[in-house]
Design a protein around this ligand. Structure first.
Ligand SMILES: C[S@@+](CC[C@H](N)C(=O)[O-])C[C@H]1O[C@@H](n2cnc3c(N)ncnc32)[C@H](O)[C@@H]1O
Length: 400
């Protein structure tokens, strides 16, 4: 991976140093920090973390582009996929989006649901970043008719009351703080971040491995029970908290569906023997690299998703798994062709039509997002074949 990164501005470096100082204080007081805590600080420390500070990260001017930022096709397809479930849930159905980014998805999805006569009674957004919450509010206030905007509500925590409807998350699982583990002498170790007293003063932190606790060791041994023992020196990631995270979000969902889209692999591809340093990737101004200790707060840190773990977590929470498919298959089964044709007919110039064609390519080609991104759909209390027939046909759960 290319580690030649553009030099941050003096202001950016000062910002990063403020966050580094906080992390250093915590390590000085409590000892080496689990990598998951370091990642959580780097992404979400109030006012300083990558997602919590005011830097614009999404889109061409930022560090990476997500599917809803490419145009409206992705959100329109998701809206078509879940419209039958929202209708089946009745008038009080809610659409609950996690991590709404710039608000582009919410805008396009709400407008499409309205066109499909499947508007939810409420559109909830759970967004940990105060900065992104404000961007979402401004964007949706400008883009939606007032009566639609009035239905949008920002939650501070998972819903505490009973609800029905659809939970949706695009590229949120990859932003959850991951636990990094390493295997040494047959034992499981957890990667921690310690102070680097020697070495380059610009590299304030270093990684150290400590014996894993029962939760982390249990998660790693569970994977080994399916795939065989990892070799000494193998390092990767796991999300031992995933089942509890999903449970917290959906424990009051009486009836409905949960749809997750993200980059990832089924377990046996995630933990390929040759992938000896995991799947962690950092993004800084459209460059991907592998050093999470660089520039705390200035770069995104993310890991691929183990979709087998997601399937296990969803089922442990009492969901029926309806479909697991590549993003390309998911979008095609959700009506991409019709959505494209509608957009094409509505475009009044060649530039817009060309952009629409390009968007389809970015969303579906194997070398772009088409195969690297996958979708997993769960249902609870719904007649899945009736609500999601085309997606049931696209299911490739055999890969898990
Ligand atoms: C990579 S961005 C994706 C944004 C948007 N979904 C999109 O596709 O453009 C990750 C988003 O997830 C949010 N996020 C991170 N952890 C979260 C959590 N535990 N619950 C809800 N949202 C979270 C981030 O603040 C950010 O909005």
């Amino acid at each position: 991976m290319n580690t030649e990164l553009p030099e941050p501005t003096p202001e950016e470096l000062a910002h990063s140093e403020r966050l580094s100082a906080l992390i250093r204080e915590e390590i000085a007081a409590a000892g080496p920090m689990p990598f998951s805590r370091f990642m959580e600080r780097c992404l979400y420390a109030p006012g300083l973390g990558y997602y919590s500070a005011g830097k614009w990260k999404l889109g061409a001017a930022g560090d990476f582009v997500t599917a809803p930022e490419l145009g409206a096709l992705f959100a329109r397809c998701v809206a078509r996929a879940v419209a039958p479930a929202l209708r089946a849930c009745g008038e009080s159905a809610v659409f609950f989006e996690l991590g709404g980014g710039s608000g582009a998805f919410a805008r396009d999805c709400l407008l499409q649901l309205q066109a499909l006569d499947a508007s939810p009674s409420r559109y909830w957004l759970l967004e940990p970043s105060a900065d992104l919450r404000e961007r979402q509010r401004a964007r949706l206030r400008d883009a939606l008719p007032p009566e639609r905007f009035a239905r949008v509500e920002w939650l501070d925590r998972p819903p505490q009351q009973a609800w029905t409807g659809v939970l949706f998350a695009n590229e949120v699982l990859d932003a959850l703080p991951v636990t990094r583990f390493a295997i040494a002498h047959g034992g499981v170790f957890e990667e921690h971040v310690a102070l680097n007293h020697a070495g380059d003063p610009r590299q304030a932190f270093m990684r150290v491995d400590r014996p894993a606790d029962a939760l982390v060791a249990g998660a790693v041994r569970h994977v080994e029970s399916q795939l065989g023992a990892f070799a000494d020196g193998y390092r990767s990631e796991t999300l031992p908290q995933l089942p509890w995270w999903i449970e917290a979000l959906t424990q009051n969902l009486q009836r409905g569906a949960a749809l997750f889209v993200d980059y990832g692999y089924p377990r046996r591809e995630f933990y390929l023997p040759e992938r000896r340093d995991g799947t962690l990737v950092c993004h800084y101004r459209h460059r991907a690299h592998g050093d999470p200790l660089r520039y705390p707060g200035l770069q995104d840190i993310t890991a691929f998703v183990d979709f087998t773990a997601l399937a296990e977590a969803g089922e442990a929470c009492g969901f029926e798994r309806v479909a697991y498919a590549s993003q390309a298959s998911f979008l095609i089964a959700s009506g991409l062709e019709a959505v494209f044709a509608e957009g094409y007919a509505a475009s009044d110039d060649e530039v817009a039509r060309y952009a629409l064609g390009n968007e389809v390519k970015r969303l579906t080609l194997p070398g772009e997002m088409g195969e690297r991104f996958q979708a997993m759909l769960f249902a609870r209390g719904l007649d899945a074949p009736e609500s999601f027939a085309p997606l049931v046909d696209a299911d490739r759960s055999g890969r898990l």
